[in-house]
Design a protein around this ligand. Sequence first.
Ligand code: MEV
Length: 336
Amino acid sequence: MPKLGTTNSSAMPSLHNGHVVGQAPGKVILTGEHAVVYGYPAVALPLFNLRAQATFVSASPGYGTVIAALDLLQHARLTDPSPLLKPLVLAAKTAIAEMGLENEPNCILQVRSQIPVARGLGSGAAVVCALVRAMSKAAKRPLDLNAQNRIVLKSEKLLHVRPSGIDNLTIVHGQPLFFRKGQQPVFFHARQCPVFLLADTGVSVPTSKAVARVAELRMRNPRQAEGWFEEIGEISKAMFEALKQSKPAELGPLLNSNQELLRRLGVSSVANEKLIQAALMAGSPAAKVTGAGLGGQILAIAHKEDCRAMDEALRAAGATEVRQVQWQAPAPACKD
Ligand code: MEV
């Protein structure tokens, strides 16, 4: 079996000064969050203007693998993971096994991310995906998208017990996705997409907490919750059709209806509502929570001429950041 960096780095001619980079985008859910956990459809877009990056820096023989999460000021060896880095360590070990490497590579894997943590934008899945890409590039052992997806999903399961699988698929494939758990994912082109703005409440909430809240509600009132999930699923089907058939005018009412159901599920917090109202008052035809909720981000449709006014209104209402969703891949580097 091949060994990676176990003898000397000259065995890896592809490296530029011993550095190899892997990247991955974030993700935005248009419709269907939470309901998707229970098997109902959802629609998501990749988010290329926020990315995670991992740099493989080769090290001397005997060094082993060290993962350095530079933003978190944390590092870990594969034998001794710090609790925060467990998903990255699991991903590295799984990637080594999937690539058929005999030993762990001698390297430092430096991980950075522009994606804010615990804000519903897929930061966890993106850093893991970037790390796996850097490792497989350095080893010259390509892992196809299915293999990458398997590894990222396995790590996601450490972060919350029953991830639907939508985050990892959107991030790994970097394409708009119509997704239903247990069914073949449908990647599609969305030609006439409106401008979407994301506004950050500045409140970080782990996905697991929001998912647990919805699970409690479902336990207390299963029939009502399933009814809401079903409505959300229908909204996602209609969203998928509207995007495929380039009917952007249909998107607004769908997003607003989805938001109403997210309110009933209890995941739209005061901070979310403040930003949603600000977006609507500033001319947006529709705004909703995106991702797990209880803070995190809201997503709003923006008419081009209203973008500046919406940006100002959202910041005045407390948004810590406002950005446009760039869902089309700008460069092949994000999909390698
Ligand atoms: C998180 O991005 C979306 C949720 O639906 C959870 C999941 O799909 O695993 C809240």
